[in-house]
Write a protein that binds this ligand. Structure first.
Ligand code: ADP
Length: 365
């Protein structure tokens, strides 16, 4: 491979300023890392065999850009490929505790259709947008990842606030780029965290820029809906569903409440986190902890277990020299102490709000 052929692409990475002067692309200087860049380009739809370059000229040895990406800035493609496309380990439904209702609905309406588009067409066609709402730390992101793993789709994950803040002036282009790259990697799941900040109903004093991002997003979502063969699913997640305006809400056809974990789910979360640790808890201890964590979110449970796991370490004085297997097991007293440090992070008032919103706009319980 001729390295010089990436010269023109590389010059635009991190050095060129877009129309907005504030925009500083958060990319690493890859001057010394051609391999990395080539991998990124290959994944983003560039191929290394000769053909047309980005300006449409045929030049031997130049990377070929997927037709669908030819109007997209290369730096955005690179960023989407490296930072937004998720290359993490696969996830299974059993990794997500509880939430049986949401998991079943999702399997039926989105995962199966993505696996078998030949059966799920017409009336059985899948929705192109779904909304997961509920308190923070309850598994919405895990569900997004799991949908992608289970439907063998490429997972793109972005937080809507980064579109409106980090990408000042470029958010709209970024949305377009994101959908374009996704179309090159079908089937695709686009997970948008904090989607309320993208689709909020606050129009008074709303920045022109954020209105444009919102419009572009709705255009892209409508495009995906119209083109029923294109296997793209947008999964929006929010802790503030009430902020989403009506037009956007209508397009996110399935709206699933992702509640706090019940006792069984809390036990399962503890169980899976502690399974890798030396731990000495009786079933009675576990029951007591589960009872005392009513109102904890999944991530509160994870924090609790992390805090308790530090208990055995705190009593060691010579950490540098101790044998790893001499560290004592995690005991009930560690959890007892951790319960004073880690409290439930979601208020009753907020829960009430979710329940009410679910009654009005949610898709069943
Ligand atoms: P959010 O709903 O805010 O997207 P996440 O899916 O990011 O929450 O969950 C944060 C962390 O909390 C996870 O990485 C996991 O450790 C834990 N967690 C939350 N909910 C669950 C769940 N239902 N099952 C297992 N772990 C969970």
């Amino acid at each position: 491979i001729n390295n010089s052929m990436y010269g023109s692409t590389r010059k635009t990475l991190g050095t060129r300023r877009g129309p907005s002067r504030q925009f500083i692309p958060p990319v690493l200087d890859r001057d010394d890392d051609d391999d990395e860049l080539q991998r990124g380009n290959a994944m983003a739809g560039y191929s290394n065999h000769s053909g047309k370059n980005q300006s449409g000229k045929v030049a031997s040895g130049d990377p070929e850009v997927d037709e669908r990406l030819k109007n997209i800035e290369p730096k955005m493609i690179e960023l989407i490929t490296n930072e937004i496309m998720d290359h993490g380990p696969p996830l299974s439904w059993d990794d997500i505790a509880g939430l049986e209702f949401a998991k079943n609905v999702i399997k039926e309406i989105v995962v199966w259709p993505m696996l078998r588009p030949d059966i799920f067409k017409g009336l059985r066609g899948p929705p192109k947008g779904i909304l997961l709402f509920g308190p923070p730390g309850t598994g919405k992101t895990l569900i997004g990842k799991c949908i992608a793993s289970q439907s063998k789709a490429t997972f793109f994950s972005i937080s809507a606030s980064s579109l409106t803040s980090k990408w000042v002036g470029e958010g709209e282009k970024m949305v377009r780029a994101l959908f374009a790259v996704a179309r090159c990697h079908l089937p695709a799941v686009i997970f948008i965290d904090e989607i309320d900040s993208l689709l909020s109903q606050r129009t008074d004093g709303e920045h022109d820029a954020s209105r444009r991002i919102k419009t572009e997003f709705l255009v892209q979502l409508d495009g995906a809906t119209t083109n029923s063969d294109e296997r793209i699913l947008v999964v929006g997640a929010t802790n503030r569903p009430q902020e989403i305006d009506e037009a956007a809400r209508r397009r996110l056809v399935k709206r699933l409440y992702i509640p706090l974990p019940d006792a069984g789910a809390r036990e399962q979360i503890m169980h899976s986190l502690l399974s890798q640790q030396k731990c000495s808890l009786s079933q009675e201890d576990v029951n007591t902890i589960v009872q005392h964590t009513h109102g904890y979110s999944g991530s509160d449970m994870a924090n609790l277990c992390r805090e308790a796991a530090l208990g055995p370490i705190r009593s060691i004085t010579d950490i540098e020299f101790i044998d790893a297997d001499q560290v004592r097991p995690i005991l009930f007293k560690d959890f007892d102490e951790a319960l004073h440090q880690v409290r439930a992070s979601v208020s009753e008032k907020d829960l009430d709000l979710y329940i009410k919103w679910n009654r009005l706009y949610g898709s069943g319980t």
